[in-house]
Design a protein around this ligand. Structure first.
Ligand SMILES: Nc1ncnc2c1ncn2[C@@H]1O[C@H](COP(=O)(O)OP(=O)(O)O)[C@@H](O)[C@H]1O
Ligand SMILES: [Mg+2]
Length: 238
C-alpha cells in the first residue's frame, strides 16, 4: 500500500472519440499542496473531473487512501473525503450564504461537528459571517468563490481540489483567496489546485505538475519549477 493520499497512475480520459488525457500519473501526499499548471485545453479540468469520477470514459487507476476510485460512482466520492470546487462559481444563487454552506455538508448531515465547521469557514472568510443571511447570488464574484470554497470545507475533506478559483477575480480578492488556501493547507488539508496563474500557483503550492496536451510534461518542487527555464519561458513569460 502506498503512503500517498491520492495516487493517479496512467490515467487516460476521453470525451466521445477524443482522448484528452494520455497516461497521466501524479500523487498527492497527506497534507501536501500540489498545483497543476498548463495552458488552456491541456486537460486540467478533465483531470480533476476524472478524479471526481465525472468523466465516464477513463482508464488507468485512481486510488484514494487505498480505495480504488475507478470502482466508485461519482456520488460516493465526497464522503470519502474529496471535495471538488469546480470551474466557475456554482453557488445556489437563491439560497442564503449559510444555507449554501449547509448544503456542502450533505454527505455528513446530522454530524454534530457541522456548527464548528461553519465557524471555521467564517473565521477563514469573515465576510461570509457578516453576510450569512444574504442571497448568495447577490454577492460579488470573489464572495461567491469564498462561498464555493467554504461549502467544500463543510465536508472536512482530506483533499480539497480547486479548479481555477481565482479566474476572473480582482487581484486583491485573489490574494485573499490564496491566503485562505495557505491557511487551509497549514491546518493539514491536502490541496490539488488547478490554476491559470502560474506565478501565484507556484508561490502557494509546495509541488507542481505541468500538464501539456494531456500529458505530464514536467513536475517538481514549486521552487524547482519556478527556476526551470521551460516553465519560465512558457508559463511565467520571463
Ligand atoms: N464535455 C466535453 N465534451 C467534449 N470535449 C470536452 C469536454 N470538456 C472538455 N473537452 C475538451 O477536452 C480538452 C481538455 O479540456 P479541459 O480539461 O477543460 O482543459 P483545461 O481545463 O486545461 O483548459 C479540450 O480540448 C476540450 O475542448
Ligand atoms: Mg479548465
Amino acid at each position: 500500500m502506498s503512503a500517498d493520499l491520492l495516487t493517479v497512475a496512467n490515467l487516460s480520459a476521453r470525451y466521445d472519440r477524443v482522448e484528452v488525457l494520455h497516461g497521466v500519473s501524479l500523487t498527492v501526499g497527506p497534507g501536501e499542496f500540489v498545483c497543476v499548471i498548463g495552458a488552456n485545453t491541456a486537460g486540467k479540468s478533465t483531470l480533476l473531473r476524472a478524479i471526481s469520477r465525472l468523466v465516464p470514459r477513463a482508464t488507468g487507476s485512481i486510488a484514494f487512501r487505498g480505495q480504488d476510485l475507478m470502482r466508485m460512482p461519482a456520488h460516493r466520492v465526497p464522503a470519502l473525503g474529496i471535495a471538488h470546487v469546480p470551474e466557475g462559481r456554482h453557488v445556489f444563487p437563491d439560497m442564503s450564504v449559510e444555507d449554501n454552506l449547509l448544503a456542502g455538508a450533505f454527505s455528513c448531515r446530522g454530524d454534530p461537528a457541522i456548527p464548528a465547521r461553519m465557524e471555521e469557514v467564517f473565521a477563514l472568510f469573515p465576510r461570509l459571517r457578516e453576510r450569512r443571511s444574504q442571497r448568495a447570488g447577490s454577492m460579488s464574484g470573489g464572495e461567491q468563490q469564498m462561498v464555493a470554497v467554504g461549502r467544500a470545507l463543510m465536508l472536512a475533506p482530506r483533499l480539497l481540489m480547486l479548479d481555477e478559483p481565482s479566474h476572473g477575480l480582482a487581484p486583491m480578492v485573489v490574494e485573499e483567496l490564496h491566503a485562505a488556501l495557505v491557511t487551509i493547507h497549514a491546518r493539514g488539508t491536502a490541496i490539488l489546485l488547478v490554476e491559470q496563474n502560474t506565478q501565484l500557483a507556484l508561490s502557494v503550492a509546495t509541488r507542481g505538475v505541468v500538464l501539456e496536451s494531456g500529458r505530464v510534461a514536467l513536475e517538481g518542487s514549486a521552487a524547482a519549477l519556478r527556476d526551470d527555464p521551460r516553465v519560465r519561458e512558457a508559463y511565467l513569460g520571463l
